[in-house]
Write a protein that binds this ligand. Structure first.
Ligand code: 5AD
Ligand code: SF4
Length: 470
């Protein structure tokens, strides 16, 4: 329990990092003939986006401004994702493209961090085959960026910090948030579930919850700053509190944040169905700021495959949850993740997934072809179905979902919906874009000063990707 280390701004470790930040700042002062610029690009999930905001915060403290592209940057950092192979391929492609850029730009520094480089085989590959990469640091070493950067700027050898660790909780890092309307708020880190296909528990360490006071303080600050939408993040928010000494679960936390005064809405992700309780569903129903939309990844509609995936629930249990939520939360909607082509999945298994998708009627489905990850159990399982066949199944599933979506969208025409306006629309002059509390995209005509506010939109037309109104 309490063996999880919590570092805060006053801890020795972070004071040391701030000292390195100041030393790095001094070194940078004479290094270029212009103020130093950094380009940070994040791949992958919201948790990574949140880490990216911390990287940008630390770099701002060191004195970096932000560059619009790698070509104009003195420091490029790719914050990587390891969840599927194509995410890794993209990173290697991007890093390859930096080689000629670095040759032209004197003193340029390249850093790779995040989940992908936490895997020792990948860190080794970078060491051997990408000699122009200067900094490589895994998820556990994120907060040591000032130190690594200082060492490299002062002429030391390439810096690698990718050691394994059960993980700490680091509070009080400087932050540069990406948006002014919506904010991510991590409530926990890591994962203990070891779904057999998933690399996350290996690269993000053991599950650990932030203290509720830390989460609440950050939530209050976000509301004070005028943020209108807060998304609570964790690989499995439903196991929030397990590592804390106090008796608190995710529902309790949600209620406390809901009590904060202000005009904002609350979302959360991701909810593992095995830990999603009736209490949580009752809490969503009772809390006025919590959106009536649940991201509840099912992964497969076949009990046989769910068992192979180590998911710890059955299709029947999952559907019971959906049905309880429908009875309890008015107008509730669901989204899900699905993996197509898990090792050993048969056509019959896949058809059961299609059945389930039709039964639930998700508003959004995030679909992935299974990608073997070195070190996971599934990577050792027999996988006889050819990729081309898996791709056909995926297209089939997408077609089913597309038809479901079209029908759902039609039902909104004529209704008036509450929308958080979050930017300019894609439909041209005078159009704004926003999201409903169910997370549906709405394009509507309205004044630019509506951006950042909740507005009522009368829906007049529906396409597959968005609703349109005034
Ligand atoms: N292959 C394909 N999809 C995966 N996901 C996680 N690991 C893999 C993998 N090895 C998907 C799951 C998860 C989402 C974030 O990514 O559906 O919910
Ligand atoms: Fe991966 Fe499963 Fe943990 Fe989600 S719950 S991060 S899919 S191991």
């Amino acid at each position: 329990m309490s063996e999880i280390k919590r570092l805060d701004a006053e801890s020795e470790a972070l004071i040391r990092q701030r000292e390195f930040a100041q030393k790095a700042k001094k070194l940078l002062a004479g290094r270029y003939d212009h103020p130093p610029l950094a380009y940070v690009h994040t791949f992958g999930c919201q948790q990574n986006v949140s880490d990216g905001e911390k990287i940008k915060g630390m770099l701002a403290e060191i004195g970096y401004g932000s560059a619009d592209s790698p070509e104009t940057a003195d420091l490029v950092i790719y914050n990587t994702c390891a969840v599927r192979e194509n995410a890794e391929d993209r990173v290697f492609g991007n890093v390859g493209a930096l080689k000629p850029v670095k040759q032209k730009r004197r003193g340029m520094i390249i850093g790779l961090c995040g989940c992908m480089v936490q895997q020792q085989n990948i860190a080794e590959k970078i060491k051997q085959s990408y000699p122009y990469v200067d900094l490589v640091f895994g998820t556990h070493a994120l907060y040591t960026l000032p130190e690594l950067l200082y060492h490299r700027l002062s002429g030391q050898k390439r810096q690698f910090s990718t050691g394994d660790s059960p993980g700490e909780i680091v509070e009080g890092l400087p932050l540069r948030r990406d948006g002014e309307i919506k904010a991510n708020l991590p409530v926990m880190y890591g994962c203990n579930n070891f779904c057999t296909y998933c690399i996350v528990p290996y690269v993000r360490g053991r599950e650990r919850s932030r203290h509720p006071e830390d989460v609440l303080a950050e939530a209050r600050q976000l509301v004070q700053m005028g943020y209108r939408e807060i998304t609570l993040l964790g690989q499995n928010v439903n196991s929030y509190g397990h590592t804390l000494e106090e008796q608190i679960d995710f529902s309790d936390l949600l209620r406390e944040i809901n009590h904060i005064d202000g005009d904002f809405i609350l979302r959360f992700m991701t909810s593992h169905p095995k830990d999603c309780t009736h209490k949580l569903i009752d809490t969503i129903a009772a809390c006025d700021k919590v959106c009536n939309h649940i991201h509840l990844p099912v992964q497969s509609g076949s009990n046989r495959v769910l068992d192979l995936m180590n998911r710890h629930y059955t299709v029947e249990e999952y559907l019971e949850l959906i049905s309880y939520a429908r009875r309890t939360i008015p107008d509730v909607t669901f989204s899900s993740d699905i993996i197509v082509g898990f090792p050993g999945e048969t056509r019959e298994d896949f058809e059961q997934t299609v059945e389930l998708v039709k039964k639930v009627g998700y508003t959004t489905l995030y679909t992935f072809i299974y990608s073997p990850r070195t070190g996971t159990k599934a990577a050792l399982m027999d996988d006889p179905i050819p990729e081309a066949e898996k791709s056909r199944w995926l297209r089939e599933l997408l077609d089913v979902q597309s038809a479901i979506r079209e029908e759902q969208q039609g039902h909104f025409v004529g209704r008036t919906l509450r929308v958080l306006a979050d930017g300019t629309g894609r439909s041209g002059e005078g159009w704004l874009s926003g999201r409903t509390v169910s997370n549906d995209i709405v394009e509507f005509q309205g004044p630019p000063d509506a951006i950042g506010r909740f507005v009522e939109v009368k829906i007049e037309r529906a396409l597959n990707w968005a609703l349109f109104g005034k």
